[in-house]
Design a protein around this ligand. Structure first.
Ligand code: CP
Length: 308
């Protein structure tokens, strides 16, 4: 089986079959990660560029590890310390690096649409590692993998994405992916952080966190993105925590079976109390572990896809 596209730019329009293929392939690689020697020769001879114009810990390291586990050669670009900091344009930067012969590009950029633009100026397979407020498809895939691993499936589940939806690329990719897999998706947060048109995506809106906890199987809790001016959308982070913060008390009162997820990095004491972030309701570090297997699956499926 092969993916329908040569690139992974987002989950909008991606079929259930393609998502299923990625998640099933990730299961095989998840097993590899438990072996004493966690490496397979699958992408030997391929060269992969990690092109990061924006900060990252989990996504960058997880892609790099996934590439190494598949025996690919990797090169890493960070905006800080590069000639982009001297004014070199994005296009010139890419064309210069591509002249060194790269097969795949993993890109994170603050501007939405950059991964799609890359498909027009490069012959490499492009994977979106987060573009502005648009999409972060591998995060949603690892979220879905982690839900499936913990709850046995996705179809029919009720999943609520909580927090700063308006600044979130994780929210949009989760909405597209979960709906394709047959889940019902809601969002919950202050009305200033919920995009006006979100219901047109078939998403229900909650403004009461207790009700959201009570009525869902899974809460995927997002970070309040203070670096993207989220602070102007709420009176204070203390007030946000009082109204929307997930605490053990709220979970115990409303739904002790709810599964808590978070893509990271966490603002402790803002969107999650530390008791919840480290406690029995959450699978946050499992999500990170699964991220390596899911990214191995995406790299493998794109890197070995037969020519059409
Ligand atoms: N979840 C996520 O994208 O984290 P990073 O920004 O650390 O990559």
């Amino acid at each position: 089986m092969a993916l329908s596209s040569n690139h992974l730019l987002g989950l909008q329009g991606v079929s259930k079959e393609d998502i299923q293929l990625i998640l099933d392939t990730a299961t095989t690689f998840r097993e590899v990660l438990e072996r004493p020697i966690k490496k397979v020769p699958t992408l030997q001879g391929k060269t992969i560029l990690n092109l990061f114009y924006e900060n990252s810990t989990r996504t960058r390291l997880s892609f790099e590890l996934a590439e190494k586990r598949l025996s690919a050669d990797t090169i890493n670009f960070s905006k800080a310390g590069s000639s982009a900091a001297k004014g070199e344009s994005f296009k010139d930067t890419v064309r210069n690096i591509e002249s060194m012969k790269v097969d795949m590009i993993i890109v994170r950029h603050e501007s939405a649409g950059v991964p799609k633009y890359l498909t027009q100026i490069s012959d490499a397979n492009i994977i979106n590692a987060g573009d502005g407020r648009h999409e972060h498809p591998t995060q949603a895939l690892l979220d879905m993998y982690s839900i499936r691993e913990r709850l046995g499936g996705i179809e029919g589940l009720k999943v609520c994405i909580v927090g700063d939806i308006s600044h979130s690329r994780v929210a949009l990719s989760n909405i597209y992916g979960l709906q394709a897999m047959g889940a019902s998706v809601s969002v919950c947060g202050p009305s200033t952080m919920i995009p006006w048109e979100i219901e047109s995506l078939g998403v229900k809106v909650y403004n009461n966190i207790d009700k959201a906890i009570a009525e869902h199987d899974v809460l995927n809790v997002l970070r309040i993105q203070l670096e993207r001016d989220a602070g102007v959308l709420i009176p204070s982070v203390r007030e946000y925590h009082n109204y929307f913060g997930i605490t053990a008390e709220r979970i115990n009162k409303n739904n002790p079976n709810v599964l808590i997820m978070h893509p990271g990095p966490i603002n402790r004491g803002v969107e999650l109390s530390s008791e919840v972030a480290d406690g029995p309701f959450q699978i946050i570090l499992n999500q990170v572990t699964n991220g390596v297997a899911v990214r191995m699956a995406v790299l493998y499926l794109l890197g070995t896809k037969p020519e059409a």
